[in-house]
Design a protein around this ligand. Structure first.
Ligand SMILES: [Zn+2]
Length: 250
């Protein structure tokens, strides 16, 4: 399989996953033009569209793509009016491109948000970002924390295919929280160089995120002591909620 990230809109990535027969799936097409260009460049035939949630920067390219290709569109109920004709939910399995994807409910950013997992790929939309976490537009911090716990249970070599290039801003925030963590500072320097060359910082691995993503580290005693020095929060999800709140005002 070959994974292709297509930069779109301001800071989105549309993902293509292709097999060795030049067939592909399209994940979260927020616009159509760069998808048509990538399909032509790589000479690919699309077989399906996968949608993680209903936001316009993930679905607006669907109608255009459907005028050119007759494709099944898989998505949660909240995308039914955005072109999804195969409505799926937690625990469903879908077969596309000779792969079986497990549908994982990942609420928090939106209430119906889902992820698509077929090892090693996880298309996680706006749930987990490299070094960060999606905004809570519809769900609660506790829901997003639970979604992160689900993702955390996947194998460490899982490739997180995030839908935005937010890594540098997330690393600046992570460093402000845990300035003593050399791994975060070192990774920030690495990604600055990468982005200066306009290279994408995703996909990322769950193994790496376990080190640099503070939202995946709410079990970390040092982080807990930093955020909650008087030990009043008690539960890990409350540490997560406090981090999300601090990031909103960063
Ligand atoms: Zn979104």
């Amino acid at each position: 399989m070959n994974l292709i990230s297509i930069p779109a809109l301001r800071d989105n990535y549309i993902w293509l996953l292709q097999n060795d027969r030049q067939e592909c799936i399209i994940v979260d097409p927020g616009e159509s033009a760069p998808v048509f260009a990538a399909l032509a460049e790589h000479q690919l035939t699309p077989k399906a569209i996968l949608l993680t949630h209903h936001h316009h920067d993930h679905v607006d390219g669907v109608p255009d793509l459907l005028t050119r290709f007759d494709l099944p569109v898989y998505g949660p109920l909240e995308t039914a009016d955005k072109g999804a004709d195969h409505i799926i939910g937690d625990g469903d399995r879908i077969n596309v491109l000779d792969l079986t994807f497990l549908v994982m409910s990942l609420p928090g950013h939106t209430l119906g948000h889902i992820g698509f997992y077929s090892a090693p790929y996880l298309f996680c939309g706006d749930t987990v970002f490299s070094a960060g976490c999606g905004r809570l537009f519809e769900g609660t911090a506790q829901q997003m924390y639970d979604s992160f716990q689900k993702v955390k249970q996947l194998p460490p070599d899982t490739l997180l295919c995030c839908a935005h290039e937010y890594t540098l801003a997330n690393l600046a925030f992570a460093r402000s929280i845990m300035p003593q963590y050399d791994e975060i500072a070192a990774y920030e320097r690495e990604i600055k160089q990468l982005r200066a060359k306009n290279q994408p910082s995703v996909p990322t691995t769950l193994r790496l995120e376990g080190k640099i993503n503070v939202f995946l580290r709410c079990h970390d005693i040092d982080l807990q002591n930093k955020l909650d020095p008087h030990n009043t929060l008690h539960e890990e999800w409350r540490i997560f909620a406090l981090l999300r709140e601090k990031k909103d005002h960063f």
